[in-house]
Structure formats: structure tokens, C-alpha cells
Write a protein that binds this ligand. Structure first.
Ligand code: GLY
Length: 397
């Protein structure tokens, strides 16, 4: 072997070793400490709110807990949290609780008035099926997916998100998350049309979602008769041309998940571009936890959104498994997770209405859920902890 070849060989070997080793050397995340807290919080919750037909969502303005019915878009997350507790602790008691808060959601499999069936059913029944292979859970996922497919308009090439004014045919970035259930259903033996719907929706989204700098518009509004884009706008961000932080996090997670199912490199590129924008913004913030909208002129005197950090952290951990340069994505995920595990964001036992994370923002323009706990922040936080703990062997469905 010549000198040049030897040098190249050593360089290649060095790259391989450092790529494999970066995850071990990275910041330690106190997963067991968070689990001990979660055990206390959820045990406290069950003793005060044993009714499994009520689902914790957030805190109200008066400080009391906000519980919802199964129809609410957030209803499936609590069951999902309990399924992650079951995975993380391997304790049967969590499986039993998770099953109880899952099975009461079943009627929603026929609800046609929401695009959020993925959040409701996939994070409860879908997670439950992944862990237990209970065939009944699979049936519910297949039925809910068929129901969600009915909101697809082939002229637009997308599933309709909301049914309320001022929108004509809105397709929101959050909707990418609901495609996971359709892709899973097709993989589990459901109608293959469901996968076609998901991919068509993603391709339509990809055409119009991103600005040149790879920040996202929240809402794409279409004319359902012609399929033409009417407007790119916001609903939960500060302005039509701003970047709502959770929306950007949905895009990272959504396009990474789409790549997992399809192997389509365009989705991987979209996920990386969305992630690069998010990381550039959060690198300017000492603790890396985003403000609710990256363009709020009131920053730094503006509320944070821990839920956006949790969604992004979970998505970035998965993205780092597929990206050619994984370190940046893994590093950003662990930077956010480290901050979320400090007392600034993590609740003390018995406080925060039994939620885990503080300081999330639901819908600031509507003056709703500002600087509060949110059940979905906890869901993606637990998922990120699970992905972090199992990082070296991580294989996602
Ligand atoms: N899907 C609603 C939200 O992200 O707030």
C-alpha cells in the first residue's frame, strides 16, 4: 500500500470510529431521574383523576387542570405517554394503565370531522399495537386510517385540515404528523391507497410549505375546486411571514418520518433543511429552547415553547440516524433535552398539574395556553428520552 493510500485508509478508519462513537460521548441525559419523576406525577394523577374517559391536556388560566373528552385533538397523547412509560420501565402496571386510557378512545376511529385522527389514534392504539401486537388495536388503526382517508381531495392532492373560516381548504404543517398512521396502516396490511394518499399529501405539502430560507408557512390554503394554492398564511404564528416554532418542529419530525416509510430522498432533504433552520435559530438561544415564534419582535421577552423543543428533539434524534452528518442533529437534540431535564423546564413532583414539562405555548394569537404544560410536550419528551436511551439500536416502525 502506497503512502497516500495508507493515509486515506487511516483517515477513513478515523471517520468511521468517530461517527460510531459520537453518540456515546455526547451529553448524558438523566433518563432514570425523569422516569422517577414521571412515576410520581402519573401516580398522583391517577389518584385524583381515575376516570379514563377524561384526558389531561393542560392547565387553565385559573391554574386548575384542563381535562378533555376523547374528541379533542390532544386526547391520544396521555395514553401515548403511558405506553412510553411501559416501554421505558418494562413494568406491567404501566401497560395496564396505558390500555385503559387507550381503549376509551375507540369511538373516535369513525370521526370524520378532524384531520387529527393520527394524533388521537396512532399515539394510543398505534403505540399500543407496536408494544403488544394486540390485533384489536391494529383493527382500530386500520379503521381510523380509512376514516382519515375520506378527508382527502384528489384535486388538491391533500387531506383537509380544518373545517372553519376564514380558510377555504386549509392544509397545515401539523397535518404531516397524521400521515404516519396512514403509512403504518398500509404497512400493517391495510388498503395501499392509504399510502398513496399520504405520499400525495406530502408531495403537495413539499411544493408550497417552505420559504427560500427553509422556514415554514403554517397554513397552505387551497381552492378545492381547482386545486390551486390561494394563500400561504399563519394561524398559530405571529404573522403570515413568520416562522411558528412548533410548526417548524412538525416539519422536521414529519419529513423525517416520511423518509423512514418511503426512502424518498426529497423528504430527507426537506427534513434536513427544516432542521438546519431550526438549529440556526435555537443556537442563538443560550438554553436552545425556542421562543414560540422565531420572529416575535418581543424576543427575549417572549414565551418559550417547550413542546416545540420536545417535538424537534425527538425528530432530530431520528434524523441523525439517516443523515450523512449526524452529529449536528444529535447534538442539537441532546442540547434541548439537557435543558428540558433541568428544573427550569422539568416540574417538581406533585406540581404542574402532574404534567412533566413547564413553559409550553399552545396558541398565542388566540391568547390560549401561554406558558403552560401541554400533554403533547410530555409525549414527545418521553419519546425523545426513549429514542435517546435506545439510540445505538434504534429501529423505528
Ligand atoms: N396541531 C395543533 C398544534 O400544534 O398546536
Amino acid at each position: 500500500m502506497g503512502v497516500l493510500h495508507k493515509a486515506l485508509f487511516s483517515l477513513f478508519a478515523l471517520i468511521l470510529v468517530s461517527q460510531a462513537g459520537f453518540a456515546q460521548k455526547a451529553t448524558a441525559i438523566p433518563v432514570e431521574q425523569v422516569l422517577a419523576l414521571a412515576e410520581k406525577q402519573y401516580t398522583g394523577y391517577f389518584s385524583q383523576y381515575p376516570d379514563s374517559t377524561k384526558y389531561p391536556r393542560s392547565s387553565k388560566e385559573d391554574g386548575t387542570i384542563l381535562l378533555t373528552s376523547s374528541r379533542n385533538w390532544t386526547s391520544g397523547f396521555f395514553a401515548g405517554n403511558l405506553w412510553y412509560m411501559a416501554r421505558l420501565t418494562n413494568k406491567e402496571s404501566w401497560r395496564r394503565r396505558a390500555a385503559a386510557w387507550t381503549e376509551t378512545l375507540e369511538a373516535e376511529k369513525n370521526t370524520t370531522s378532524t384531520h387529527d385522527l393520527g394524533f388521537i389514534i396512532n399515539n394510543s392504539f398505534g403505540q399500543g399495537y407496536a408494544l403488544t401486537q394486540n390485533p384489536k388495536y391494529k383493527e382500530v388503526v386500520l379503521q381510523a386510517s380509512a376514516t382519515l382517508g375520506r378527508r382527502f381531495n384528489p384535486t388538491v392532492g391533500a387531506i383537509r385540515s380544518w373545517d372553519f373560516a376564514p380558510f377555504t381548504y386549509p392544509v397545515i404543517v401539523d397535518n404531516l404528523m397524521n400521515l404516519e398512521m396512514l403509512l403504518s396502516a398500509a404497512k400493517l396490511g391495510g388498503d395501499t391507497t392509504l399510502a398513496r394518499i399520504a405520499k400525495t399529501h406530502a408531495n403537495t405539502d413539499l411544493k408550497y410549505r417552505f420559504r427560500k430560507d427553509h422556514s415554514t408557512f403554517h397554513v397552505l390554503d387551497f381552492d378545492p375546486a381547482t386545486g390551486k394554492l390561494r394563500k400561504q398564511m399563519t394561524h398559530q404564528g405571529i404573522a403570515d411571514n413568520s416562522c411558528w416554532a412548533r410548526g417548524q418542529a412538525w416539519a422536521i419530525y414529519g419529513y423525517t418520518m416520511l423518509y423512514r416509510f418511503t426512502g424518498n430522498k426529497q423528504y430527507l432533504t426537506a427534513a434536513q433543511n427544516a432542521a438546519d433552520y431550526f438549529i440556526k435559530q435555537t443556537n442563538r438561544i443560550p438554553d436552545h429552547i425556542p421562543y414560540w415564534d422565531f420572529n416575535d419582535p418581543a424576543i427575549p421577552n417572549s414565551p418559550r415553547d417547550a413542546s416545540a423543543a420536545a417535538v424537534a428533539a425527538s425528530g432530530l434524534l431520528e434524523l441523525s440516524k439517516y443523515a450523512k452528518s449526524p452529529k449536528k442533529y444529535y447534538g442539537s437534540a441532546t442540547a434541548m433535552l439537557s435543558s428540558l431535564c433541568t428544573p427550569q423546564y422539568l416540574a417538581a413532583a406533585g406540581t404542574n398539574n402532574f404534567f412533566l414539562l413547564k413553559h409550553s405555548t399552545g396558541n398565542k394569537p388566540s391568547k390560549s395556553e401561554i406558558d403552560v404544560p401541554l400533554v403533547y410536550a410530555d409525549y414527545y419528551f418521553l419519546e425523545a428520552l426513549w429514542r435517546h436511551k435506545n439510540y445505538t439500536t434504534l429501529a423505528l416502525q
